[in-house]
Design a protein around this ligand. Structure first.
Ligand SMILES: Cc1cc2nc3c(=O)[nH]c(=O)nc-3n(C[C@H](O)[C@H](O)[C@H](O)COP(=O)(O)OP(=O)(O)OC[C@H]3O[C@@H](n4cnc5c(N)ncnc54)[C@H](O)[C@@H]3O)c2cc1C
Length: 438
């Protein structure tokens, strides 16, 4: 048996969260032959969580964590930085499932919080909560539904009218807003870099070291990388949307690209256009609404636009000009006086959506394990799932592991091109109704 990585990740765009951090040292690249008990492939939120936990609960075993790029440069380090305690779109539904998932997200959030505190990870961690904004009828419908769900879950939330939104986040763009505490906001690249820097002693991370193939040899495996090989007893695939390029979970998740842009620190004059320097994070009420953040260092962040990304290439290159223009229009709609403020960085990332909010978790072949987080609270969910996968591998049961195992497997999607047509139609519809929320 041989699993071959058909695509190796290589982002060529400018992940702003990464570039505003101090430069990193040269990577530790794997060379020569190594032998360990476990190889974890992928240093995103899932892989780091699995490797961390294996290091903790197997103090006498060595683990190697392989990352094709740099920890913090992949999707887990290029998102909008909302570490969510709960997230739900649409009318309140299946509250018992939401309550179950919330326990997982809460445990993931707590893991991240503990790590940031223990290792003093400088990632601008802030327990600032989040706003939802509604600019038009679609946004209004969605934030009403979000408020209803929060209410039924007994979670704190409060309404803001247009003038309160104007006072707090400095724009009259939103007719109404909703505030709810409980999540954290971070620089995600700094969080991931920090988590990767404080792995247990018996976990060694190698960066710029893609796993090219996994071959079964005797009772174990040989993982081949460009400059070396690792012999191991078991392998964890935590490669995010690249999972399908190993032939695993194909047709069970949809890779969707979305984009972020970051300005430089605003001048006093530019900040005066907003009227506040107090950082905030805002999610669009509609699924297709823009995400906006103002950071402590006075930078503005905009995320919007989703599209199906079934091809092998990563977002980047020529698309980023039009994306930055789209982000600038979103910024100008909220703050006309900032219409000419350039973005220092624009970038894209691909995340996984499943049909049924289902899981990809567990042993996919004897000795080969896989974990993937999906579009609902992915960062906190991925932290919990990664940790629980290590427990599962070691036979350590818990209520949380049972909750994780109780999640339905990600359902098989319709084949292409039916899938492409369905997604294009659904996306056009959602985008059309949410056009005022951009
Ligand atoms: C613009 C944007 C905004 C988002 N906003 C949020 C948000 O605010 N909150 C939230 O919770 N989620 C958000 N997400 C989603 C979230 O970032 C992802 O769902 C999550 O990071 C996926 O984590 P992962 O560990 O599964 O995958 P990844 O983070 O992609 O990690 C997988 C790693 O595996 C590595 N890899 C792949 N193949 C190989 C190989 N052959 N060898 C070695 N390494 C390999 C990759 O380089 C990568 O680093 C956003 C995503 C985007 C793109």
């Amino acid at each position: 048996m041989m699993l071959q990585a058909k695509v190796i990740p290589k982002h060529t765009d400018s992940n702003g969260w990464w570039h505003i951090l101090p430069a990193v040292a040269a990577p530790n690249v794997l060379q020569g032959a190594h032998k360990v008990r476990t190889v974890v492939i992928g240093a995103g939120v899932c892989g780091i969580a699995t490797a961390f936990r294996l290091g903790e609960i197997c103090p006498n075993d060595e683990t190697i964590l392989l990352e094709a790029e740099r920890a913090g440069f992949g999707t887990s380090g290029r998102n909008a930085g909302f570490m969510l305690n709960v997230h739900s779109h649409g009318p309140p539904k299946r509250l018992e499932i939401l309550r179950r998932n919330m326990q997982l997200w809460a445990s993931g959030l707590e893991d991240l919080r503990r790590r940031v505190n223990e290792f003093q990870i400088p990632c601008d961690w802030s327990e600032a909560g989040r706003f939802y904004g509604a600019a038009g009828p679609d946004g209004e419908k969605h934030i009403d539904e979000i408020a209803e769900t929060l209410g039924q879950l007994g979670l704190e939330h409060r309404w803001l009218d247009q003038s309160e939104m104007q006072t707090r986040i400095g724009t009259g763009f939103y007719q109404r807003g909703l505030f709810t505490p409980g999540n954290a906001l971070v620089n995600p690249a700094a969080l991931m870099k920090g988590c990767a820097a404080y792995l247990p002693r018996n976990v060694t991370m190698f960066e710029e070291t893609p796993a090219q193939s996994i071959a079964r040899r005797g009772d174990g495996f040989v993982v081949t990388t460009p400059k070396g090989v690792v012999t191991c007893d078991r392998v964890v695939l935590a490669t995010g949307v690249f999972l399908r390029h190993f032939g695993v979970a194909k047709g069970r998740y949809v890779p969707m690209a979305t984009y972020g842009s970051l300005t430089g620190p605003l001048t006093d004059e530019q900040l005066a256009q907003i009227g506040t320097s107090e950082p905030f994070g805002l999610l669009g009420g509609s699924e297709y609404g823009a995400t906006i953040r103002l950071m402590k260092d006075r930078r503005l962040f905009v995320r919007n636009h989703f599209h199906h990304a079934p091809k092998k290439s990563l977002p980047g290159g020529t698309v980023l000009g039009p994306i930055a223009d789209m982000h600038r229009r979103s910024m100008a709609a909220r703050w006309p006086g900032l219409a000419d403020v350039p973005f220092e960085h624009s970038w894209g990332g691909i995340m996984a959506f499943t049909w049924n909010d289902g899981a990809i978790f567990g042993e996919v072949d004897s000795g080969i394990f896989a974990v993937l987080t999906n579009d609902v609270s992915p960062m906190t969910r991925g932290t919990a799932s990664g940790r629980l996968l290590a427990d599962y591998m070691e036979g350590r049961d818990s209520d949380l592991l049972q909750l994780q195992l109780g999640i339905d497997e990600a359902k098989r999607l319709p084949p292409r091109p039916f899938l492409d047509v369905g997604i294009a139609y659904e996306r056009a519809k959602l985008r059309w109704v949410a056009k005022q929320e951009f």
